[in-house]
Design a protein around this ligand. Sequence first.
Ligand code: SF4
Length: 291
Amino acid sequence: MEEEWQHLKDGPAQLTDVEYERVASAFVPPVYQALADTDLDFGTRLAQNPAFARWVARNVQPHKVPGYASVVLSTKPGLASPPGDVTAEQMDAVAGWSEQFGFGEIRIAHEQNIVLPDVTKADLYALWCLACDQGLGSANIGLLTDIIACPGGDFCALANAKSIPIAQAIQGRFEDLDYLHDLGDISLNISGCMNACGHHHIGNIGILGVDKNGSEWYQITLGGAQGKRSALGKVIGPSFSAAEVPDVIEGIIGTFVRYRETEELFVDTVQRIGLEPFKERIYPKALEVSA
Ligand code: SF4
């Protein structure tokens, strides 16, 4: 590594101040209004409307400019459509909102959600109402049903197994939003093959489609993470059939709830107790289902 660095250092790939300035000049910030900052806890409105409060808590992120916020529109409405899918009508609506509530900018996050980066806090309620009407108002960012799933065997010629029906079967099992909020942050990522377009290996729960003698099976990993605490998940054991996966996920969540300490995150519980308690719970369960 050190040798390679000495070889590359000060070479043609060196980032110069001139090049830095050239690139930076292409990223001119929009002309923000001078607004008084408002706490995201808007007091009476949040107290009167728990659904809006929940959406603000999960889907609205702080902004560096006073009076503004960044909004994540969830494309994971549960059984209504596959994770990450949006219709032409929804795309038209989002394009309009990006003009109405921002500076015409839309970002797509790798979690397969839509970000409107410059919404004034005063507009959040109006945007939430419109997002709900369009099926883009789910308050589930970072929760178990905010699943990243690749297209898998339904659309991808490289797949070993389908991803979308697995994602939807899990979403159907966990429809109680209150329960999901109680569980807190849990990422669940699904890839239909080792190419890992669904980033299964860095999901707190990872599901990888594998081929066994021409049939579709699913290998589960636990403890993966993205961001500053990034980690690769560990395989918990032999893979499962598609029909078994929702029961297995339920068993994993049940084990988490049993061993969780107050407000502990799923990934922290996995790190603290290891894989054994999860294995003890889900392998007998899977055998029952298979029988
Ligand atoms: S992970 Fe595999 S199946 Fe899924 S989109 Fe990528 S190549 Fe296709």
